[in-house]
Design a protein around this ligand. Structure first.
Ligand code: SAM
Ligand code: SF4
Length: 479
């Protein structure tokens, strides 16, 4: 799950190796190892890939030495993300020497960006497969097994993998991600996603609601609806011509059960509607938390970034959120040192952070990506040390804002979904409130289990965690 607590970037899940849920009695002739990098969408795609491979009789392993196939599901969003993958590839050289039949595949955004060039640059790689080509993995594996390097980086206007039931991997059994759309039609000047993930397309609402219902029946208590720009979700039933927008989809998922929490990510400030906000308010189980990336607080930079809103529009949306749901938490993505950024632009970013009072932020130094609008039109002219200094100031301010926000919650009681033992002690639970804040508290009753809702009063806090105690025992809500 995303851990938003004031990190420049959440590195905790980067390169996470997956072990899929398997049927214990099944015998597999071959084993695959898959590691994921980048955004949550990639982690969710790895579950689709695992499902396709298991359907073909491949078992999953977390032991790279045991694998017949190694897959890296990659990210291209910043240069560093690609460097990490290249470094990881070199580590497989030794294993390939001892196991010459081993196949190595690069999947996802880096595969899409570099295409067959990747095969020339990384001799170790046998397969290059883009995000819309995972259904062809079995035939590509066959091709690679016969000694031919296999590439499929075709992007699709239709593929949503709607009919593939993802195999949940590395799951806590409580929270799951459900992909509701793919691709992106926004052309933010800095961003490589429209080139690596193709045109935006929405998945049909029926299969989404069915997936959420099965998750609930399996014991999951939280779903996060995923897309690059969820507010532009739009599905028209070809049979009835009935259209479903994001607010309607949210409502349908919320109605699966009042005990199923619903989250979503990411909202684009230009698209989030009052209808969505009113739907959130109407349903207790739609979490009061919106990830609303601002990127910059300067109108001049926002225009260069092609974000299509101004700081005034953004603050207007924030005010509307707070008016409709005063308890709603807001988080952001912020880029320091975009092309031509001056000190005043940076101060405008700090100012919009203070005015919004973000609970959390993902914060990045601008990294030029080949082929993007910015790379073609503008000079990456902010010196690295200036980018770093501005990023540090942004991180410092966010730390302060998060602590202030947590302090304001002391004494309040929250409904918390228990996710598991706290990291520090088996005598304590860790869970989150609706606002996505981590809460840690003593276990008090054997009836409490992961997946149970309890009421917790916040007593103390750090900038990343609220420490509390369970109150109102009789109101314990059974999972
Ligand atoms: N679609 C989402 C949105 O619009 O907010 C998220 C897209 S991207 C996977 C996540 C974040 O990475 C962006 O919001 C942006 O802050 C950051 N990002 C994208 N391209 C970047 C670049 N070239 N340099 C630094 N940060 C970048
Ligand atoms: Fe990238 Fe902008 Fe699309 Fe987000 S909305 S994926 S930042 S182009």
């Amino acid at each position: 799950m995303l851990d938003l607590a004031n990190k420049t970037i959440d590195e905790t899940r980067q390169g996470e190796a997956y072990q899929a849920e398997t049927n214990g009695s099944q015998q597999y002739s071959k084993y695959f190892f898959i590691e994921s990098y980048g955004c949550q969408m990639n982690f969710s795609d790895s579950e689709i890939i695992a499902s396709i491979l298991q359907g073909e009789g491949f078992g999953s392993t977390r032991n790279v030495e045991e694998a017949d196939l190694i897959f890296l599901n990659t990210c291209s969003i910043r240069e560093k993300a690609e460097q990490t993958v290249r470094k990881r590839l070199t580590e497989f050289k030794k294993i390939k020497k001892t196991n010459p039949g081993l196949l190595i595949g690069v999947l996802g955004c880096m595969a899409e960006r570099l295409k067959s060039k990747l095969l020339e640059e990384e001799k170790l790689v046998d397969l290059v497969v883009g995000p819309d080509a995972y259904r062809t993995l079995p035939s590509l594996i066959e091709e690679a097994e016969s000694g031919t390097k296999a590439v499929n980086v075709l992007l699709s206007r239709e593929e949503t993998y709607a009919d593939i039931s993802p195999v949940r991997i590395n799951t806590n059994g409580i929270s799951a991600f459900v992909s509701i759309m793919r691709g992106c039609n926004n052309m933010c000047a800095f961003c490589v996603v429209p080139f690596t993930r193709g045109r935006e397309r929405s998945r049909d609402n029926i299969s989404i609601v069915e997936e959420c219902t099965s998750l609930f029946n399996e014991g999951y208590r939280e779903v996060t609806l995923l897309g690059q720009n969820v507010d532009s979700y739009y599905w028209v039933d070809p049979q009835t011509n009935h259209a479903v927008d994001f607010a309607m989809l949210l409502e349908q998922v919320a109605q699966v059960s009042p005990l199923l929490r619903v989250r979503f990510s990411t909202s684009h400030p230009k698209d989030i509607t009052d209808k969505v906000l009113h739907t959130m308010k109407k349903h207790h189980n739609i979490c009061k938390y919106i990830h609303l990336p601002v990127q910059s607080g300067s109108n001049r930079i926002l225009q260069l970034m092609n974000r299509t809103y101004t700081r005034e529009w953004y603050l207007g949306r924030v005010n509307k959120i707070k008016e409709i749901m005063p308890d709603c938490a807001i988080s952001s993505d912020i880029i320091a040192g975009f092309c031509t950024e001056e000190e005043q632009d940076h101060l405008d970013t700090l100012d919009i952070m203070r005015k919004t009072g973000y609970e959390y932020s993902y914060m990045f130094a601008y990294s030029e990506r080949p082929g993007t609008l910015a790379a073609r039109r503008y000079k990456d002219d902010v010196p690295d040390e200036t980018k770093k200094r501005r990023l540090d100031e942004i991180v410092q301010l966010q730390n302060h804002l998060s602590l202030e926000s947590n302090k304001k919650d002391i004494g309040k009681v929250f409904e918390v979904l228990i996710e598991g033992d706290s990291k520090r002690s088996k005598t304590q639970w860790m869970g989150r409130n609706s606002q996505y804040k981590v809460m840690v508290f003593d276990k008090t009753d054997p009836k409490q289990q992961p997946g149970t809702y309890v009421h917790v009063m916040a007593l103390e806090c750090t900038q990343g965690t609220m420490i509390g105690k369970i109150v109102e025992q009789p109101q314990l809500i059974e999972a």
